[in-house]
Design a binder for this molecule. Structure first.
Ligand SMILES: Cc1cc2nc3c(=O)[nH]c(=O)nc-3n(C[C@H](O)[C@H](O)[C@H](O)COP(=O)(O)OP(=O)(O)OC[C@H]3O[C@@H](n4cnc5c(N)ncnc54)[C@H](O)[C@@H]3O)c2cc1C
Length: 359
């Protein structure tokens, strides 16, 4: 523990997503803090699919970093290297740290400006609105939720969902995925399981899509909804190169410190914590690490740091606005309960309140 008591300390947070933005907000009055993120805003990821069919919603779901983080420095760039004392950015910046938090989650190359991101949602909306038939490739959380949003707002569109697995939503129980399939079929979504579409063979001009099973799907437009890679490949050239597991996740100890490092923490989806990868758990990581860094900055002993307890296996998938499926530790729920919990407002009010911005 190198910090003198009550030294404000330089804290650097890499990644302004669900975890990093909350951490930056929580520590801004206790440290000299720098938030490094390529975007000027925090995007609530699970609301993006609804913003594609209701683009005005995005005004509330894209929160500029400056709205919740007024007492720190924002560096709009991508981190490309970490040394024992500094972070290097793509634009040539060198940012020194006493404590570092890696929160780079998933590699989503979104526009730098909020206005351009709003423009993307409007384009998606126009594309959906002007199409009679839509193909969704991927039947995980993103594909299923997007299908649910489209059929809710545009019930007359012909939606086809192609998924390579034998069931939708393989990360949750069979009962929940069967219920999601039943709901989609009740909305006339055609679901093709156990099939893939070769992404190299399609372009924006494609109107016919051949699946691996030989089925031809006609669609005026398509959306690729396959899992986004973690943003950890860049760590392979840093001092954390030996801290990645075989999936590219950062190995952390029970205090969420990168294994073998006493001044570097990792939080959110990028970590190897054995639990569902979820935003509310990423926020739990952020809250715990903020608390532990405050203790370290006050010169408290290592033994006073709080340990992290992995979250319970609970997750919800929305199906439009009035339905959903949910996986709880010992049971599956469907219908209006998950809808009340998630689908209705997608936790937008709650998240804005957590970030301290107007509801
Ligand atoms: C369709 C869908 C629905 C979901 N529904 C829910 C739900 O209902 N409830 C729930 O709790 N969770 C849900 N999730 C999961 C949730 O979105 C993730 O768990 C959460 O976003 C993880 O947060 P994170 O901060 O770790 O990463 P992210 O939110 O991915 O943020 C990572 C940030 O790091 C930045 N970044 C990346 N690389 C670099 C770099 N090199 N330098 C600087 N910055 C970088 C990115 O710009 C981004 O801002 C859902 C996800 C999806 C896709």
């Amino acid at each position: 523990m190198a910090e003198a008591a009550n030294h404000r300390g330089n804290v650097v947070v890499i990644g302004g997503g669900v975890a990093g933005s909350l951490l930056a907000k929580s520590l801004q009055f206790d440290s000299n803090i720098v938030l490094i993120d390529p975007k000027e805003y925090f995007d609530i990821p699970w609301t993006d699919l609804r913003s594609m069919v209701e683009p005005t919603l995005a005004e509330k779901t894209l929160i500029k970093h400056s709205e919740y983080f007024s007492n720190g420095t924002i560096v709009n760039s991508r981190a490309i290297d970490i040394t024992a004392t500094e972070v290097l950015t793509e634009e040539g910046g060198v940012v020194p740290y006493d404590y570092l938090v890696v929160a780079t989650g998933h590699d989503v190359h979104l526009p730098r400006n909020k206005t351009d991101r709003l423009g993307q949602f409007k384009q998606d909306y126009e594309k959906i609105k002007s199409s009679s038939s839509i193909l969704i490739i991927g039947g995980g959380r993103t594909g299923v939720e997007l299908a649910g949003e489209i059929v809710t707002v545009f019930p007359d569109k012909k939606v086809t969902l192609v998924h390579k697995g034998e069931r939708l939503l393989e990360f949750i129980g069979l009962k929940a995925s069967t219920k999601a399939l039943k709901w989609l079929k009740s909305k006339k979504v055609e679901v093709l399981l156990g099939q893939t579409v070769d992404l190299d063979s399609v372009s924006e001009r494609s109107r016919e899509f051949k699946t691996s099973a030989g089925t031809t799907v006609s669609a005026d437009c398509y959306f690729v909804c396959i899992g986004k890679p973690l943003s950890s490949a860049w760590l392979r050239d840093t001092i954390l190169k030996d801290s990645l597991d075989e999936h590219g996740r950062v190995k952390v100890d029970d205090k969420l410190r990168v294994r073998g490092q006493d001044k570097i923490f990792a939080i959110g989806d990028i970590t190897d914590v054995k639990e569902f990868k979820l935003g509310y758990l990423a926020q739990k990581h952020a809250t715990l690490v903020a608390k532990n860094i405050k203790l370290l900055l006050k010169g408290e002993k290592e033994s006073s740091l709080a340990p992290y307890k992995p979250g319970s296996a609970m997750t919800f998938v929305s199906l439009g606005r009035k339905s959903g499926v949910g996986q709880l530790p010992f049971m599956t729920v469907s219908g209006c309960f998950p809808a009340m919990f998630k689908s209705k407002d997608l936790f937008i009010g709650w998240t804005r309140k957590l970030m301290g911005v107007d509801p």
